[in-house]
Design a protein around this ligand. Structure first.
Ligand code: UDX
Ligand code: UDX
Length: 467
C-alpha cells in the first residue's frame, strides 16, 4: 500500500521552495504544507501582503491557501517532526573557498538540514532533495540520516529536481512538461516514489510523472540546465559571426529552429544568460567530470560558461568602441537589471557585469528596472572590482524610477533585460532628451531597429552588423 502523505514540510522558503510548495498546497487542500526558513525576515514577508519574491500569479496562490493548509514559519523542528514528507530546498551556492572553489556546489546547508532532520525526527520520513545537487548527494544524505537517527525510524530518500523557470514559475508548476522522481530501486524506494507521485497526480497527468533511479534524477537536473545553457551559448557564438558578416541572428535562429529536430526555444541571442542556476549547475557538472577523471568532458561544458563571459565582454567592447573608444564621464542608461523579465531576481544577471565594466571605465550609469530595488542594485554592484563603498558608488550610479528618467541627458541606452515595457516606450521623447549622437545598444533584440533609426538613433543590436 502506498504511504498517504498528510503533512509536508519544506526546508527553505526561497525561489524554489516557496512557489513549489505553495502550488502543492493550492492543488492539494487535504495536505498541510509548512514552509520553514532560518531567515525570519523572509518568513515575515511570506506572511505579509508583500511577498519576498515577485512572480506572476504567486500572490493569488499564496493568498488563497495561507492560514488554511499553507503555513510559513521559522519553527523548523516542529515542522520537521509533524511532517511525513520533507522537501529539502535550501540553497547550494558555488563554493567560494577550499576544494573545488569556483566550481563545486557548497553542500553545507544540505548537510546541516539533513543532520537536523535526523536529530529532530521521531517518526519515519520521506526526505526529498529539491535543491540542485551533485550526482550521488542522496547517498551522503542517507548515510547521515541513518547514522544519526533515533529509535526505530526509517528515512527514504527521493530526488525530485525542480524545473521551474523564474518569471513563469507558477505556470511551470501548474503545467509542468514533466515531474521527475528518482528513488532507490528497492521495494521501500519504490513505495516512497509512489507516495510523492500521488501528490503530483492531483494535477499533473500520470504520463508526465517520470520515475528513475536516484542518480539519473540527480544528473538529469544538471544535464537539463547544461543543455539549455549550451543552446544559448551556441546561438550567442553564432551572433558574433553574424555581427562580422551581415547575417542576422534572429533570422538564423528562426531558420534553424524551424527544423523540428532543433526546435525554436532557447535560441534567443542575448547579452548572456544569467540566473542562479545555469552557471552554477554547469560549473558543478564540470567539477563532477573532473572528479571522475573526465577532463575532456569537463572542458566541453566549461566552454559554455566561458562563451557566456565572452559574450558579455564582447558587448561591452562594442559599446566602448562605438562611443568613440571612451565612455569616461559619459552617461549610460541601463534599462533592466534583473537576469530576465518578469522577475526581481538579479543573481548572475548580465547587467551586473555590464554596469561594473561601465563604472570601471568611469562612465556615469543610470539604472532602471521595474522590479529590482535600489538597495539590491547597490548591493550587487559593490565588490572588489569596483568599490565596497556605497557612497563612492553613488557618485557614479543613479537608480531611477523610469526609462525616461534614465535616458535624460544620456549618451547611450543599453537594454540589458527584455522587459515588455521597453518595447512600448515613446522613443521620440527619449531621443529629444538625450545627448547627440544618441546611441541604443540592444542586448536583447527586442527593439524595432528600423523605427529607431528613423527617429534619429544610432542602433546597435546583438547579432546584427552595423555596416
Ligand atoms: C534553489 C535550490 O534550492 C538550489 O539548489 C537551486 O540550485 C536554485 O534554487 P533558491 O530557492 O533559488 O534555491 O535559493 P534561495 O532563494 O536562496 O532559498 C533558499 C532558502 O533556504 C533561503 O531562504 C535560506 O534562508 C534558506 N535556508 C538556507 C534555510 O532555511 N536553512 C539553511 O540551513 C540554509
Ligand atoms: C532555468 C531553467 O530554465 C529551469 O528549468 C531551471 O529549473 C532553473 O534554471 P531560470 O534560470 O529561472 O530557469 O530562467 P531561464 O528562462 O532558463 O533563463 C535563464 C537565462 O537565460 C536568462 O538570463 C535568460 O534571459 C537567458 N536566455 C534564455 C537567453 O539568453 N536566451 C534564451 O533563448 C533563453
Amino acid at each position: 500500500m502506498t504511504t498517504q502523505v498528510k503533512k509536508i514540510c519544506c526546508l527553505g522558503a526561497g525561489y524554489v521552495g516557496g512557489p513549489t510548495c505553495a502550488v502543492i498546497a493550492y492543488k492539494c487542500p487535504h495536505i498541510q504544507v509548512t514552509i520553514v526558513d532560518v531567515n525570519e525576515t523572509r518568513i515575515n514577508a511570506w506572511n505579509s501582503d508583500n511577498l519576498p519574491i515577485y512572480e506572476p500569479g504567486l500572490d493569488k496562490v499564496v493568498f488563497d491557501r495561507r492560514g488554511k493548509n499553507l503555513f510559513f514559519t521559522t519553527e523548523v523542528e516542529k515542522a520537521i517532526n509533524e511532517a511525513d514528507l520533507i522537501f529539502v530546498s535550501v540553497n547550494t551556492p558555488t563554493k567560494k573557498a577550499g576544494m573545488g572553489a569556483g566550481y563545486a556546489a557548497d553542500l553545507a546547508y544540505i548537510e546541516s538540514a539533513t543532520r537536523q532532520i535526523a536529530e529532530v525526527a521521531r517518526s519515519s520520513k520521506i526526505v526529498v532533495e529539491k535543491s540542485t545537487v551533485p550526482c550521488r548527494t542522496a547517498e551522503s544524505m542517507r548515510t547521515i540520516l541513518e547514522a544519526n537517527s533515533h529509535d526505530d525510524i526509517r528515512f527514504d530518500i527521493l530526488s525530485n529536481p525542480e524545473f521551474l523557470a523564474e518569471g513563469t514559475a507558477i505556470n511551470d508548476l501548474l503545467y509542468p512538461d514533466r515531474v521527475l522522481i528518482g528513488g532507490l530501486q528497492t521495494p521501500e524506494g519504490y513505495k516512497a516514489q509512489q507516495a510523492l507521485a500521488k501528490i503530483y497526480e492531483q494535477w499533473v497527468p500520470k504520463d508526465k510523472i517520470i520515475t528513475t533511479n536516484l542518480w539519473s534524477s540527480e544528473l538529469s537536473k544538471l544535464a537539463a540546465n547544461a543543455l539549455l545553457a549550451q543552446r544559448i551559448s551556441s546561438i550567442n557564438a553564432l551572433s558574433a559571426i553574424c555581427e562580422a558578416t551581415g547575417a542576422d541572428i534572429d533570422e538564423v535562429a528562426y531558420a534553424c529552429g524551424r527544423d523540428s529536430r532543433i526546435g525554436p526555444r532557447f535560441l534567443k541571442a542575448s547579452v548572456g544568460f544569467g540566473g542562479s542556476c545555469f552557471q552554477k549547475d554547469i560549473l558543478n557538472l564540470v567539477y563532477l567530470s573532473e572528479q571522475l577523471n573526465l577532463p575532456e568532458v569537463a572542458a566541453y561544458w566549461k566552454q559554455v560558461v566561458d562563451l557566456n563571459e565572452y559574450q558579455k565582454k564582447r558587448f561591452v567592447s562594442r559599446i566602448i568602441k562605438t562611443l568613440f573608444n571612451t565612455i569616461t564621464n559619459k552617461r549610460i542608461a541601463v534599462l533592466g537589471f534583473a537576469f530576465k523579465k518578469d522577475t526581481g531576481d538579479t543573481r548572475e544577471s548580465a547587467a551586473i557585469t555590464l554596469c561594473k565594466d561601465f563604472i570601471q571605465e568611469n562612465a556615469r550609469v543610470n539604472i532602471y528596472d521595474p522590479k529590482v530595488s535600489e538597495q539590491q542594485i547597490f548591493y550587487d554592484l559593490s565588490g572588489p572590482e569596483v568599490t565596497y563603498d556605497i557612497k563612492d558608488l553613488k557618485k557614479r550610479v543613479t537608480v531611477v524610477q523610469s526609462a525616461y528618467e534614465a535616458s535624460a541627458n544620456a549618451d547611450a541606452i543599453v537594454v540589458a533585460t527584455e522587459w515588455d515595457e521597453f518595447k512600448e516606450l515613446d522613443f521620440e521623447r527619449i531621443y529629444k532628451s538625450m545627448n547627440k549622437p544618441a546611441f541604443i545598444f540592444d542586448g536583447r533584440l527586442i527593439l524595432d531597429a528600423e523605427k529607431l533609426k528613423s527617429v534619429g538613433f544610432r542602433v546597435h543590436t546583438i547579432g546584427r552588423a552595423n555596416f
